[in-house]
Ligand binder design. Structure first.
Ligand SMILES: Cc1ncc(COP(=O)(O)O)c(C=O)c1O
Length: 408
């Protein structure tokens, strides 16, 4: 028996896959914008709301159960990124958590300090830091993106990552091009000049396993709705760094880590669902091993399946006249997400045509606005297709057939 559930078995967990549109079964290639959700996650969310719903830290059972459920979710997310539960901060989404972290970190930054960002990143990992720079009088430098292969320009990085940089904010993977960056190396380069390393793992986490200890980064953010969970953001920070932060907070709110970074009443049901998403993924492994080990095994297998699917998609699209592909080709370090354009067709028109065939893809710049500008696609953006755990080879063929109709 294979050690990780087959795609057919995985699909049985997702009621959304039964949807039909225009007489076609729906093929969801919109995972990079948010994946579908398995029944185990919605069951956990509704069980919490129906049977345990309360505010935290009181003496009655449903409040105690709420505390326990949040603690269990912290432990699950800690296994997800390779950290300790006390280092996991929950929030509305990655963007909100990053603004909040920026406000807290910014209290220790001042004029003359530099924040380094990149052209490859989603604007949640650029404008958040630009806003902080405006408030604190900081300098922002931006590492260039190489259009030849969709990767960061190493020479430009070496020029810009100098003493005086307090924070290097970079992505583990690009939500537009699918480029995977070498997080361990970039973190080490940041530390070599005394800078902190902040990693946006929102796109990466849905495709590969995060490992904050092996990467030796300082902060990392991801979002559960990209890995089969509800709309909840997750921030990890080294415990000592979190403890030293002074985030804006209400006087009566907890001063302890990680709670002091969590503002107001959180989405308890969302947090429970995020934990359930991690458990769902771990349960795809049949190994009798600790959760993190099972997650590692599942992630490795899903990554290999995704690489095969994206390779087929890339080569199939490349064979069509008038289709242009962007970013790193298959076989290099990348996720199972790609972007393309069709000559003479607006990206929105391509996405509409595919939707008519039951193939759901996204279009635009996906807030990777700088990536679109660098490739001269600021007006129309790209068409984006992402393969998820439930994507099949047949669905890839259906996508290719629908694009072929436009190019014939
Ligand atoms: C790479 C990347 N970073 C950040 C974000 C923003 O995440 P959130 O919607 O949780 O704020 C996204 C969302 O698409 C993303 O893909």
């Amino acid at each position: 028996m294979p050690s990780v559930a087959s795609v057919e078995e995985i699909r049985t967990h997702f009621p959304a896959l039964a949807r039909r549109h225009n007489g076609h079964p729906v093929a969801y290639f919109d995972g990079p914008g948010g994946t579908q959700v398995p029944r185990a996650v919605t069951d956990a969310v509704s069980d919490y709301l129906l049977n345990h719903n309360a505010n935290t830290h009181w003496e009655f059972p449903s409040s105690r159960e709420t505390d326990a459920a949040i603690a269990a979710a912290r432990a699950a997310l800690a296994d997800w990124v390779g950290a300790e539960p006390e280092e996991i901060v929950f929030g509305a989404n990655m963007t909100t958590l990053t603004f909040h972290l920026g406000r807290a970190l910014g209290r220790t930054f001042g004029p003359g300090d530099v924040i380094l960002i990149t052209e490859l990143d989603h604007h949640a990992n650029a404008d958040t830091w630009r806003a902080l720079a405006r408030e604190r009088g900081l300098e922002v430098r931006t590492v260039r993106l190489r259009t030849e292969d969709g990767r960061l320009d190493e020479e430009d990085l070496a020029r810009k990552l100098t003493h005086g940089v307090r924070l290097f904010a970079f992505g583990a993977a690009s939500n537009a091009l699918g480029t995977v960056s070498d997080v361990a190396r970039l973190s080490a380069q940041a530390h070599a000049v005394g800078a902190l390393a902040f990693v946006d793992a929102v796109h990466y986490a849905s495709h590969q396993m995060c490992d904050v200890r092996a990467w030796d980064c300082d902060f990392l953010a991801c979002s559960a709705y990209k890995f089969y969970g509800p709309h909840v953001g997750v921030l990890w920070g080294r415990r000592a760094l979190l403890a030293g932060l002074e985030p804006p907070k209400l006087a009566p709110a907890a001063d302890s880590v990680p709670e002091k970074l969590e503002t107001g009443t959180l989405s308890h049901e969302g947090i429970v669902g995020a934990g359930a998403a991690v458990d769902f993924l771990a349960a795809l492994s049949r190994a009798a091993a600790p959760r993190r080990e099972r997650l590692r095994q599942v992630s490795r297998e899903l990554h290999a399946r995704g690489a095969e699917l994206v390779g087929k998609l890339w080569h199939g699209l490349a064979a069509l006249r008038g289709v242009t592909l962007y970013g790193p080709p298959p076989g290099s370090e990348r996720t199972a997400t790609l972007v393309f354009t069709v000559a003479g067709q607006e990206s929105a028109a391509v996405a509409r045509h595919l939707a008519g065939r039951g193939v759901f893809v996204s279009n635009g710049d996906f807030y990777a606005t700088t990536v679109a500008r660098v490739y001269g696609r600021e007006q129309d953006g790209f068409v984006r297709a992402g393969c998820a755990a439930y994507t099949t080879s047949d669905e890839v063929e259906r996508l290719l057939a629908a694009v072929r109709e436009l190019t014939a």
